[in-house]
Design a protein around this ligand. Structure first.
Ligand SMILES: *Cc1c(COP(=O)(O)O)cnc(C)c1O
Length: 399
């Protein structure tokens, strides 16, 4: 014991054992409604062309929602495959009991990692002959076929076989006996840009290139190979992007990547971000608030100190730009957001108390605040907002 005086004897039996069920809602937390994920997946699937499958993309801990929880409800909603970014994410999902096919969207390049991938019943994304050969050797070693997806680059310049060489390389790959090609795919770079329905847009060009390639390798004859191209935005553009499967992240969580399109699409945000009021103080007119004194009160002001900050994943550059909801009313956040706390002007409220719960993201009554709004205000994209939330925020399932 470091903080207590030496030689002092404490009898802890006098205190209840509160530690054994720690309050997850002690300061700030994320609430996830699994049913909303399920409803979103069903709704999105109803927009798909016939027989098109739905891969639920649950990388980055299910976009900050908890990958296991999201997977469970996405599967209930009819998702037939799961997509993760890393080997570890895949292994965690497998060991949590998920039984659907899992594709690793990132690149594995060592024999060691590919063996782990194979043993854990995960599928790698293959972007070169070299890695394809490693998989074939592993398959041979185990006397089995190594299931994998091949990826082709059609304009993203990230992963994927070089477009112009793929047809020839595919001829070679077809002769590998110990791999099983489960899918061929590509990835759209700009489907969420406003011009993506324009015939000359990068997105349409990527689709044309992909289709041209499929024609050349005559892949239709092999019905077991799943062809896929679309992310959320691609899927929502039109059915020409659907092929045999879509890989959907953002819109499954309840957000439209393109606000203009799909006016009748009803997606339900599954995530809320909530926080407790840890302290309340009143300051006079003309008093500065938080680091740098960027905010100075122009009246006698009641402040609520919320126990959440940028170390929890709230972007610091939202300082002074956001509202927080309590009981169907907005209250402005004021002063710089600090690492662990932020202040809110609650002068107009008599009902907010220490220990009250306020809503940073999500809805309360008819008021709501979306990660799309945070993204716009902090000059980033909703994807980044969602996957910035830190482990310090417990995830609580509700509903
Ligand atoms: C993340 C990711 C997706 C999902 O993208 P959303 O825009 O969130 O739907 C699909 N495919 C790949 C390869 C990805 O990395």
């Amino acid at each position: 014991m470091q903080n207590r005086q030496k030689n002092q004897v404490f009898n802890f039996d006098k205190f209840p054992n509160f530690e054994k069920d720690i309050d997850l809602k002690q300061r700030a937390w994320i609430e996830v409604k699994g049913e909303e994920i399920e409803i979103n997946v069903r709704h999105l699937r109803s927009q798909l062309s016939k027989n098109c499958q739905f891969m639920a993309v649950v990388k980055a801990d299910g976009y900050g929602h908890d990958a296991k929880l999201v997977s469970e409800y996405a599967i209930k909603g009819g998702a037939s495959q799961l997509g993760v970014a890393t080997l570890n994410e895949g292994m965690k999902l497998r060991s949590s009991g998920v039984e659907k096919p899992i594709l690793i969207l990132g690149n594995l390049y060592t024999k060691r990692d590919l063996i782990i991938c194979f043993k854990n019943d995960l599928m790698p994304t293959i972007s070169s002959i070299r890695e394809c050969l490693i998989c074939n050797n592993i398959g041979k070693q185990f006397g089995l076929k190594f299931p994998l997806h091949l990826k082709v680059d059609t304009g993203m310049s990230r992963l994927g076989f070089e477009y112009n060489k793929f047809v020839q390389q595919f001829e070679n790959i077809k002769s590998f006996d110990n791999i099983s090609i489960e899918g061929i795919y590509s990835h759209l770079s700009s489907a969420d840009e406003p011009n993506s329905l324009d015939p000359k847009s990068i997105t349409q060009l990527q689709r044309q290139k992909f289709q041209e390639l499929l024609k050349q390798i005559n892949v239709d004859r092999n019905k077991n190979i799943k062809i896929h191209l679309a992310n959320s935005a691609g899927m929502l553009l039109d059915k020409n992007f659907h092929f045999h499967m879509v890989r959907v992240g953002l819109s499954m969580y309840g957000y439209k990547p393109l606000s203009k399109l799909n006016k009748d699409l009803l997606l339900k945000p599954a995530l809320s971000l909530k926080v407790k009021v840890a302290f309340i103080r009143t300051i006079d007119k003309g008093v500065s608030v938080s680091y740098g004194g960027k905010f100075v009160s122009n009246r006698k002001t009641k402040l609520a100190v919320l126990s959440i900050g940028y170390a929890d994943g709230v972007p610091r550059n939202l300082s002074g730009k956001i509202n927080v909801i309590y009981n169907n009313k907005f209250y402005p956040q004021v002063g710089s957001i600090t690492m662990d706390q932020m202040m809110v002007d609650i002068t107009d409220s008599n009902e907010i108390k220490v220990g009250s719960t306020m809503v940073l993201l999500g809805s309360d009554g008819d008021k709501s605040i979306s990660p799309l709004e945070w993204a716009r205000k902090s000059n980033t994209i909703p994807w980044e907002i969602l996957c910035s939330f830190k482990n310090r925020l417990p995830k609580v399932q509700v509903g």
